[in-house]
Design a protein around this ligand. Structure first.
Ligand code: FMN
Length: 158
């Protein structure tokens, strides 16, 4: 395993993508935006919430449409996503389920509308062999200062 790091993020409405770009700037790390098929979710938040609830109930997580690099090549993976019902969104759950035997360190970053719930605990529970390191969440009104906040966090993180 090398000392390389990778940022991946799923973003339904662009907030986490903004945070991911700021993290990329601060950390000078490669970034991959995770995607799902266009017809997976609705453009409406409540309809999307219903779809995600059904996915969880039926244990049918949405497939990612990205090709991912060999994850074992990265020592640390920063995984970003929105908070959905206080928990990890289903596309991010798909990514975490694909980590399988990955043994590096995984760090969550996330955006919410003010109620992150038990996001980090839920995230940590989804890891099998990887190590967990606490991450950072920003709510919508903090996104304008994403880079400044991430710079401060990054100094402490390293
Ligand atoms: C299905 C769904 C569930 C959500 N649940 C929460 C929640 O529990 N708490 C919260 O603060 N925001 C919640 N939100 C708002 C998003 O977390 C917030 O807008 C986030 O910044 C969106 O990030 P994105 O643009 O990267 O998708 C929810 C949004 C959606 C679509």
């Amino acid at each position: 395993m090398t000392s390389k790091s990778l940022i991946v993020d799923y973003s339904w409405s662009g907030h986490t993508a903004t945070m991911a770009k700021a993290l990329q700037k601060v950390s000078a790390t490669d970034l991959i935006d995770l995607t799902v098929a266009d017809d997976t979710f609705s453009t409406d938040m409540f309809a999307t919430s219903k779809i995600a609830t059904q996915q969880l109930a039926s244990d049918q997580l949405p497939a990612l449409t990205n090709e991912l690099p060999a994850l074992a090549d990265y020592q640390t993976i920063f995984v970003g996503g929105p908070v959905w019902s206080g928990k990890v969104s289903t596309p991010v759950r798909t990514f975490l389920s694909q980590l399988g035997s990955y043994q590096g360190t995984v760090v969550p970053f996330y955006t919410d509308a003010g109620t992150a719930g038990d996001y980090e605990a839920d995230f940590q529970n989804l890891l099998t062999n990887a190590s967990f390191k606490p991450g950072i969440g920003l709510s919508g009104d903090q996104l304008a200062q994403a880079e400044t906040r991430l710079k401060t966090w990054w100094k402490k993180f390293n």
